[in-house]
Write a protein that binds this ligand. Sequence first.
Ligand code: C2O
Ligand code: CU
Ligand code: CU
Length: 497
Amino acid sequence: MPPLARPALDPNTLARFVDPLPIPPVTKSDGTRAKVPLYRITMRETAIKVHRDLPPTRFWTYGGTLPGPTLETRSGQSLYVEWINALPPQHFLPIDHHLHGAESSKPEVRAVVHVHGAKVPPESDGYPEAWYEPGKSATCYYPNQQDAAMLWYHDHAMGINRLNIFAGLLGLFIVRDPHEDALGLPAGPYEIPLVLLDRLFDKDGQVYYPVSRDPAAPWVADFAGNATLINGRLFPYFDVEPRTYRFRLLNGSNSRFYNLELSSKPNMYQIGTDQGLLPRPVPLNLLSIAPGERADVVVDFSERLGQTAELLNGAVPIMQFRVGRRAAKAGVKPLPASLRPVPPIAESEAVTTRLLPLDEYKDRTQTPILMLLNRTHWNMPVTERPVIDTVEIWNLINLTEDTHPIHLHLVRFQILDRRKFDVHTYQTSGRLNYTAPAVKPDPAEAGWKDTVRAYARMVTRIIVRFEGYTGRYVWHCHILEHEDNEMMRPFEVVPQS
Ligand code: C2O
Ligand code: CU
Ligand code: CU
């Protein structure tokens, strides 16, 4: 794949706020199987208008929209999804056949679906090697025995995951429950999902993915697009009433971290994170969200009658809210002072403490860099074998200069703390010399998480109860470029002996 010959599009030349924000459709079930609702979702190539002044863009989507149709269910209400692969036989993005699992002996187009944040049996978790080709499908079972939260589904095919998700293979999966209902949070037209994706476009309005200088090994270590899609649009606007709204944000980008704020500063609270509600609302000025993370945010526009507020990422406007003059319904409930208790898991409950370095290496295959978890490659024997219903503490020892958002399948966890340490001493003697006191997680992270930012040159400690199912799952960096190049490992939940 030669470097891009097509001229790139500068998104700043586009008219801003001329397209309304699309809301992904909520999907309906297609009947039942053994009395359980069955949904059918087809992966296919789709052309989507991302902006009024651009021709339609080719994407690979679930069900023809970007993001795909939203699956909505209730806690304890199980469902089946038949995920149908009807993608074209050839990929349109640059596959690197050096990457493990993406060898040229493998079919170019492969897909497997994972529901990020779902507590599911291993055979329905979308194991990266359980991919299948166009023309085939897989039916997965989701028990949804978990608290209300916004999960998301996305592709997980070994070695090309970054390309499949980049192509558009992602969507939302919302679990609701009575506890959340009772809080009277903004709902219906006042609860809006916002899915953030950065991309690069060419002058013809088509997305492209960068390549390295080595045509035989095109993998790049990260991706940064200059265009921000929100629910699949560039610079959308959204008309709001002067009242409170609940926004459910997902950072579905490959590598980009967002730092979001609203111009004109309406009151904003974070009420939830990856795995559901926080103990209490956290007043927010700036919302940081890493790849894979979700944020549940309530914004009060009631004092911004007739004004606009821009959603800014690092001071750059990416979306506009237009506040009307009248609320359709008076008497909006005030935000409750407490949302849902998150009882801390006691450190004394942990039966195992793991030291897991995150490190980078020069790669033998000439690719510039290789990042590994616990100094192990994907295909080495499983080293993390927690016992079901036990608690473990994982020390993510980040020796690199970058933040890695680390995600564990199956489980939810709590962040204990983060602490600076001397990287050189660790590298030469394996000793952990802390150089500063431990820092508690931000209040907005003090809930149930499934993805944690392991900051550069810090030890990030998480505490995890391994519950639900035994079997093989994965943990990985959610920077998709890293994940595809070995920064992913299997773990196995084993039975009590
Ligand atoms: Cu978003 Cu392996 O997951
Ligand atoms: Cu996941
Ligand atoms: Cu990483």
